[in-house]
Design a protein around this ligand. Structure first.
Ligand SMILES: NCCC[C@H](NC(=O)CCC(=O)O)C(=O)O
Ligand SMILES: NC(=O)OP(=O)(O)O
Length: 317
């Protein structure tokens, strides 16, 4: 079993319940991972993913090895048949086979390069590991998906959803950012929301900032952010760079920053963000520090999302 996309989950509501159960007693399965090794490979920086996944593995009694490829690993080649006479020192074929001998599970973080859309949306790095590794692979944010994050988001919404309402309203809102960021978090959030049975979902972003239509499918899009916020129970905020004008920042309109005035349009809505977040660019201090901000608990749930995934894989190996 691999965990590459949230679509791998057969019943989201069951998984969320299981994760909440783990949260109540995280050390219950301490012998499950005994003498098993998790290898965590990072091609990009991380705080939450690195520590929460390591924590989850430790809760299961696993050994953990972490490697940063950004400045410590050989530059890898992913193309079959490549003549390796320039930058890359090692082919994914050897690298993945070798790491598989040291680890029982390999977890990988490799963001989109945001230059070559086709390459990013083909998931070159994670596909290379899937092809050549001989052990299960866990996605810790690939070019186009962040399924450990969206599982944690689903857990968080289950904990905080208003009990009196049978169909909470959830808004995914784009917000400005100075740098070009991947679409992965937004893509996985959309895919997770499509699996929710009893939630109203709307995406809001400036015109031209549409995510991949293959991801959003028939999701409702509202270009007026204020309208989208009306009566929302959850506001999930995230910047992404342009998918059509690929990887470009074509809009940095501060009117899209989430402020207390905008949150006042909601149904006492909760504010969510995967973090790290740029204060007073994505969201005002007032909202982020306010009582409806659930970002810290959301980050806490990353441990139980990762623990559930590792637990399921360990039971199968
Ligand atoms: N894993 C959570 C988000 C990671 C990444 N954010 C970032 O790179 C933010 C960096 C900055 O704000 O400088 C993203 O958007 O996919
Ligand atoms: N939310 C998240 O994935 O955070 P990190 O990038 O710090 O791991």
């Amino acid at each position: 079993m691999n965990y590459i996309s949230i679509k791998e989950i057969n019943s989201l509501s069951k998984w969320v319940k299981q994760a909440i159960k783990i949260k109540k007693n995280p050390l219950k399965n301490q012998s499950l991972g005994k003498n098993k090794t998790l290898g965590m490979l990072f091609f990009n920086p991380s705080l939450r993913t690195r520590l929460s996944t390591q924590k989850a593995a430790m809760n299961l009694g696993m050994n953990v090895m972490v490697m940063n490829f950004t400045n410590e690993g050989w530059t890898l080649e992913f193309e079959d048949g490549a003549v390796m006479n320039s930058g890359a020192s090692e082919h994914i074929k050897e690298a993945a086979e070798v790491v598989s001998q040291y680890c029982d599970i390999i977890a990988i973080r490799a963001f989109a390069g945001l230059v070559d859309k086709e390459k990013d949306y083909q998931e070159t790095v994670i596909s290379g590991f899937l092809k050549y590794a001989t052990v299960p692979i866990v996605n810790m944010e690939s070019a186009i998906r962040h399924p450990l994050q969206s599982l944690a988001d689903a857990i968080t919404m289950e904990e905080f959803k208003p009990r009196h309402k049978n169909k909470p309203k959830v808004v995914l809102s784009w917000a400005p950012h100075p740098k070009a960021l991947p679409q992965a978090v937004a893509n996985s959030f959309v895919e997770m929301m499509q699996m929710q049975k009893d939630m109203d979902f709307v995406i809001t972003h400036p015109e031209g900032y549409e995510l991949s239509p293959e991801i959003t499918q028939d999701c409702k899009i509202e270009y007026d952010q204020n309208k989208a916020f009306e009566n929302a129970d959850f506001v999930y905020v995230k910047n992404w760079s342009n998918f059509n004008d690929y990887g470009k920042v074509t809009n940095s309109d501060p009117n899209w920053t989430v402020t207390a005035e905008k949150m006042a349009l909601t149904n006492n809505g909760k504010f969510m963000h995967c973090l790290p977040v740029r204060r007073n660019v994505i969201v005002s201090d007032e909202v982020l520090d306010g009582e409806n901000s659930i970002v810290i608990e959301q980050a806490n749930n990353r441990t139980y999302s990762a623990q559930l995934v590792l637990q399921k894989i360990l039971k199968k190996i």
